[in-house]
Design a protein. Structure first.
Length: 230
């Protein structure tokens, strides 16, 4: 990619993991150019914004907005970038140092619209491990060219996003499923690169687990109905 990579990190009440997330991005061994790291503070009520500001501009560009959901925060970050590849990275994801080195070669193929890496469980608590290992199992069974990608560590070709539109801001979950289907419908491939690994810190409480599962189920139905109506 000629003009570098932008990494968008939407962050809501992410004080537990944000610093480690950003440092892992800065420690990537990829020989290309990370042109921009954009943290979008999505109306956090904890120390997320304070932590983001400890990383000086222009190395990390921080935007703070009222809470509007991950899709809206991601879109805002994308609109503030102008690079060939845009990476959506959740604030509770810690990339392995060679993540970008394994992801970026796929974009030499013009048919590839988006590439995601493999997610390993980073939790130590029982609830966190249950959630994390469930995701690991699902990803381990997926083919290299899947129907959808989990958006928490996914690189998108910017020209494809410009063609199909950005994330659907009405979806508070399953926005990654929706954009995956739209990328495929536009004729592009999705890739799951299982050698590009990262750790994900799932919710550590039963309440957080239940809320996350409810939102995923509700917006999964909304996304399905939207797709069926197209």
């Amino acid at each position: 990619m000629s003009n570098g990579v932008s990494i968008i990190i939407p962050a809501y009440n992410a004080e537990r993991t944000l610093r480690e997330c950003i440092v892992a991005v800065q420690q990537q061994t990829w020989e290309g150019r990370i042109a921009q790291i954009v943290v979008v503070n999505d109306g956090s009520t904890d120390n997320t914004l304070k932590i983001a500001y400890t990383f000086p501009y222009p190395n990390v560009y921080t935007i703070s907005v009222s809470n509007g959901g991950v899709a809206k925060a991601t879109n805002l970050g994308i609109k503030n970038t102008a690079h060939d590849v845009v990476i959506r990275l959740d604030s509770d994801v810690i990339l392995e140092p060679d993540w970008l080195s394994k992801i970026m070669p796929w974009f030499d193929d013009p048919k590839v619209g988006a590439v995601s890496g493999f997610v390993e469980c980073g939790n130590k608590s029982l609830i966190g491990r249950i959630m994390g290992y469930h995701l690991e199992l699902r990803l381990s069974r997926m083919p290299q060219y899947p129907w959808t990608l989990w958006g928490a560590n996914t690189a998108y070709r910017r020209s494809v996003l410009d063609k199909i539109g950005l994330f659907d801001e009405k979806l508070r979950a399953s926005e990654d499923v929706d954009i995956s289907h739209r990328i495929r419908e536009a004729g592009y491939l999705l890739v799951l690169e299982k050698q590009a690994r990262c750790k994900h810190m799932s919710k550590d409480t039963l309440r957080g687990f239940i809320r996350q599962q409810y939102r995923a189920a509700y917006y999964g139905i909304v996304e399905y109905r939207k797709r069926e109506s197209r």
